[in-house]
Design a protein around this ligand. Structure first.
Ligand code: ADP
Ligand code: XUL
Length: 517
């Protein structure tokens, strides 16, 4: 069996798979807020951060690891686990002194991880991906490299507040003594992996690319980005590696305490988005994952390290080799809900039958579907912009606005993923709104690609379990065939009669966008 762990913002999840029978044997989670209330982090982070700071307590992640393995040992025979891999929320960083390595090597199963590792922290809390406190540091790093475009060209993203490099720089500036005492900096992913391996293990290319420090072309830390971020930073990081690189045996702590086999090995951990790409069965170019959650995200495999000339999208390493994009759209479900409520509708107005009544108006009315500030494109919109017929613009025919909102969201996605230069052959849809047939059909129509929905609830942890099996020599595409199957009959084919209409609408949408940004 192969174990995948995902340390996300709100919970730590385990997925255990048996590739021989093709079965997911066990899926369990520890919820940080509910199971570990002593950390006073109901949503997984410490409330009340000032000036955009959002931090979490790394000891909470360690206690969660002890608790998760306790629960796993009660439910399964952990001695059958051959390899462990995992993923973590991206960008979060943990700062450790020179005692960390010895502490990991000497972990005693009769004590807790927290008791043994907390003295090694040089920073009590870990900034996480929700942190927006580093605008100054982003500007400094960009200036040192000669502009935002150069940071993007090298690292796959412009300098971004939540990314780890700017966060490290802020720490160095605020507390140079603590930075000086820091011998090792880990991401959430590599921190948990190191605890399991009983030694510091590398950051992988997938998560490493979320730091503004990794040079995508060389797949190594970029000397100029390191120098622009903090002094002697390279010494505090291990050379990055591919997620499927085996790291050796797991720490005896887990063998003695939870009954894992002494022969169980550890692969690397990656970011939750790269792991989801694996778990959604989308690691080959041509596959696209669109997640319709609170915000919408678009991620897709790509063969080469192309970067977004506008600097909105991110490029990370693909755990299966090559690269992947991640593009976030802030106005996702929040915008769909805002229009629904404004027009006094319910979700049935977004259904397939409801949308079929307006198909003859496809592409005719345009909406810039932004109810508030957007990040792709980056602009402070105050309200949607409408351009079309009087009955559309006035709202007297609400169905026209529903169609135009959805078309606008997916045209915007199509427009802002063109830089990848990868033809979309198949879309795998996930997230709360993906169950809506009308919304799913519109995705198929606007992208002119079939849309499939998977019954995968923990795609990152599943992806991590698949990475563990791949690290042991299993064929990843074959595993994905078994574990990442679309629900039968759930594929939606595009209405090809709309291909030309949406091609033209894309150009009109771009013109409207350019005149409003
Ligand atoms: P997140 O993981 O970002 O919290 P989810 O992926 O769980 O979000 O998606 C939640 C969103 O899904 C809700 O905000 C809601 O707007 C949307 N949603 C739920 N059901 C439907 C539906 N039938 N049609 C459209 N949207 C829906
Ligand atoms: C990606 C990002 C989030 C985190 C948390 O850039 O910030 O998706 O990975 O899930």
């Amino acid at each position: 069996m192969f174990l995948g762990l995902d340390s996300s913002t709100q919970s730590l999840t385990a997925v255990l798979i048996d590739p021989t029978s093709g079965v997911i044997c066990c899926q369990i989670s520890v919820n940080f807020g509910g199971d570990l209330p002593q950390y006073q982090s109901p949503s997984g982070f410490l409330p009340g951060g000032i000036a955009g700071e959002v931090h979490a307590n790394p000891l909470m992640w360690l206690d969660a690891l002890d608790l998760l393995f306790t629960r796993l040992a009660e439910q399964t025979d952990l001695s059958k686990v051959k390899v462990i891999a995992g993923s973590g929320q991206q960008h979060g960083s943990i700062y450790l002194d020179e005692t960390f390595e010895d502490r990991l090597a000497a972990l005693d199963a009769s004590d807790t991880l927290v008791n043994q590792l907390f003295p090694a922290l040089t920073r009590a809390t870990a900034p996480i991906w929700m942190d927006t406190s580093t605008a100054v540091e982003c500007a400094e790093i960009s200036a040192a490299l000669g502009g935002a475009g150069e940071v993007c060209r090298r690292s796959g993203s412009t300098a971004v507040e939540r990314f780890t490099g700017p966060q490290i720089r802020r720490f160095f500036k605020k507390d140079p003594n603590a930075y000086e005492r820091t011998a090792r900096i880990h991401l959430v992913s590599s921190f948990i992996a190191s605890v399991i391996a009983g030694k510091s293990v590398p950051i992988d290319f997938g998560d490493g690319a979320g730091m503004n420090l990794l040079n995508l072309a060389t797949q190594n830390w970029d000397a100029d980005l390191l120098a622009a971020t903090a002094p002697e930073l390279g010494e505090r990081l291990l050379p990055p590696a591919l997620a499927t690189t085996m790291q050796g045996l797991i720490s005896p702590y887990f063998v003695e305490k939870f009954g894992l086999s002494a022969g169980c090995r550890c692969a690397l951990f990656t970011g939750d988005n790269p792991a989801s790409l694996v778990g959604m069965g989308a690691t080959t170019p041509g596959n696209v994952v669109i997640s319709l959650g609170t915000s919408d995200t678009f991620f897709a495999a790509m063969p080469g390290p192309k970067t977004d000339p506008n600097g909105y999208g991110h490029v990370f390493g693909n755990p299966a080799g090559g690269y992947m994009s991640l593009i976030c759209f802030r106005n996702g479900s929040l915008a769909r809900e805002a229009l629904r409520d404004k027009l006094g509708l319910d979700w049935s107005a977004f259904d397939r039958e409801a949308l079929s009544t307006t198909v003859k108006f496809a592409g005719e009315n345009l909406m810039l579907p932004f109810f508030g500030p957007e990040i792709t494109p980056r602009h402070d919109f105050a309200a949607p912009v409408l351009k079309g017929s009087p009955s559309f613009e006035s709202g007297s025919d609400p169905a026209l606005q529903v169609r135009a909102l959805l078309e606008g969201q997916f045209l915007n996605m199509r427009l802002h993923s063109e830089w990848m230069e990868v033809k979309t052959e198949r879309i795998r849809l996930t997230g709360g709104a993906s169950k809506n047939e009308g919304i799913a059909q519109l995705v198929a129509d606007v992208f002119q690609a079939p849309v499939e929905r998977l019954d995968v609830s923990n795609s990152a942890a599943l992806g991590a379990a698949l990475i563990a099996a791949a690290a042991d020599g299993h064929d990843l595409p074959a595993l994905q065939q078994v574990f990442c199957q679309a629900s039968p009959g759930a594929a939606l084919l595009p209405n090809t009669l709309l291909a030309g209409i949406y091609q033209t609408a894309l150009g009109c949408f771009k013109t409207l966008l350019d005149s409003n940004c």
